[in-house]
Ligand binder design. Structure first.
Ligand SMILES: C[S@@+](CC[C@H](N)C(=O)[O-])C[C@H]1O[C@@H](n2cnc3c(N)ncnc32)[C@H](O)[C@@H]1O
Length: 308
């Protein structure tokens, strides 16, 4: 556990890559705003949900440039205890965690792998974006987390996803996928901040060698996607060793390119140099999102095209 007063020393190594570093540190003391995604698969009549929530005393505002996303005030409202939640009409979700699926651009009729899928925020977002008319394989290596994924698929009325439980690094070969999302296990530094009660919302992942796991996942995903297909690699961490260095490893091993992407939140290019190491120039086309600029979780997203 990293206490809030230890944060300045911990994040100091990122001073050069975090814009307005002092503002970033101050922002860690603010709780996250509360958002949800309205799930059209279960709830075709938006106004019923919005009125139902407003009757419970909350203010609900649409988020500009994020269709179907709403901001809720007050931000400590227990959305997860509402009837709207249990009926699968809404899915609480931070704004930046919606970005990897925006980059993926899934289409109806496509064959899509969500390699690290649990608890299913992004699998259900893919299902919604494709009108539940794609074929989605939602994989995760952890049975306990897969149970939460299955519960979410049911609650949100997703029929287009099946679940598997492989280590992504050895996911079996078969018909090549059109698109693959690798929302990788990471150190989660982008989630670091204080919660409503003053507690810290950060638990460092227990893995000892995350970059090695992440490289294994990304290379396998690349080998599983069709030529011309898309792999999106995302994490919620700031650490270049888990972001640019992982994608750099792929770009040097395989014929791939990073595709630039429009995002509805402020962002910065991926770094091309870190602690004396120089990365593939394509990494400037990846995107970094910071908590203090997005009022959300810090994220890294790279949209990668398989060339050969
Ligand atoms: C960042 S979380 C995924 C969040 C999920 N995409 C969502 O939006 O709800 C990373 C997930 O990777 C899973 N994971 C860790 N190592 C894995 C591996 N080697 N293969 C597949 N999944 C793995 C973890 O169990 C965890 O559920």
């Amino acid at each position: 556990m990293l206490e809030l007063n230890e944060a300045p020393a911990y994040f100091e190594r990122y001073r050069e890559i975090i814009p307005r570093f002092e503002e970033f540190l101050e922002h860690l003391k603010k709780p996250l705003p509360l958002y949800f995604r309205l799930n059209e698969l279960k709830c075709p009549r938006e106004e019923i949900v919005l009125k139902g929530l407003e009757r419970q005393g909350v203010k609900v505002e649409p988020v500009p440039n994020f269709p179907k996303f709403y901001r809720v005030e007050p931000r400590d409202f227990p959305l997860g205890n509402t009837e709207e939640y249990y009926l699968g009409y809404i899915y609480p979700m931070t704004l930046s965690s919606a970005l990897p699926v925006l980059a993926l651009e899934p289409k109806p009729g496509e064959y899509i792998l969500d390699m690290c899928a649990a608890p299913g925020s992004k699998t259900t977002q893919i299902a919604q974006a494709t009108g539940d008319r794609a074929v989605i394989v939602a994989n995760d290596r952890r049975l306990d987390r897969l149970a939460a994924l299955v519960a979410n698929l049911k609650r949100l009325g997703v029929a287009s996803a099946l679940t598997t439980i492989y280590r992504g690094e050895v996911f079996p070969y078969g018909v090549p996928f059109d698109r693959i999302l690798v929302d990788a296990p990471c150190s989660g530094e982008g989630r670091y901040r204080q919660g409503y009660e003053g507690e810290l919302l950060y638990q460092k992942e227990g893995h000892t060698n995350l970059p090695a796991i992440q490289k294994g996942l990304l290379v396998r995903a690349f080998d599983l996607v069709k030529v011309g297909g898309i792999v999106v690699y995302s994490t919620c961490t700031i650490n270049p060793e888990e972001n640019e260095m992982v994608v750099d490893y792929l770009l040097r091993k395989r014929q791939a390119e990073i595709v630039p992407c429009d995002y509805p939140l402020p962002h910065h290019p991926g770094v091309t140099e870190w602690e004396g190491r120089v990365f593939h120039p394509d990494l400037a086309k990846a995107a970094r999102f910071f908590p203090h600029e997005t009022e959300s979780v810090g994220f890294f997203v790279a949209k990668i095209k398989r060339l050969f």
